[in-house]
Design a protein around this ligand. Structure first.
Ligand SMILES: [Zn+2]
Length: 138
């Protein structure tokens, strides 16, 4: 189960809509307790994918390092990552699976016509051959 607090969620929706029709990406920071994940800070990152960004993303390395440092400073952890699917549903694509890491939550946000539509969260298994949906609250 993952819960995204209102301030973090607002930032994720803002970033996803602002980058439309390109994919957005970012880092979700928070804590995990007894299997329940709580996101209190979302950090919008630059999409560094060198190609058509309408259906691909690559989190900018410097932005990722900065987000990890911010988490440490706050005594929190990087719990997962988010990205958007412009004019597509919120599903975990084979590309998403290939570029994900086990354990982390991956929130996919569907943005249609520049407006947020819906979101889902997924966790990849250890050998990245499949991803399980995760109960998402926002
Ligand atoms: Zn995706």
């Amino acid at each position: 189960m993952i819960r995204i607090e209102p301030e973090a969620w607002k930032e994720m929706v803002r970033h996803a809509e602002a980058t439309f029709p390109k994919e957005c990406c970012g880092v979700m920071i928070g804590a995990e307790e007894n299997g329940a994940r709580r996101i209190t800070l979302a950090v919008a990152c630059r999409n560094a994918y060198e190609g058509d960004q309408k259906d691909r993303f690559h989190i900018d390395g410097r932005d990722q390092v900065a987000a990890e440092r911010r988490a440490r400073e706050l005594g929190l952890d990087v719990i997962g990552y988010f990205h958007s699917h412009p004019n597509e549903d919120a599903y975990f694509s084979s590309t998403d699976l290939k570029h994900s890491w086990p354990w982390y939550s991956n929130v996919v946000m569907s943005v249609r016509g520049g407006v947020f539509s819906h979101a889902k969260s997924f966790i990849a298994n250890d050998d990245q051959t499949a991803a399980e949906p995760e109960d998402l609250h926002y």
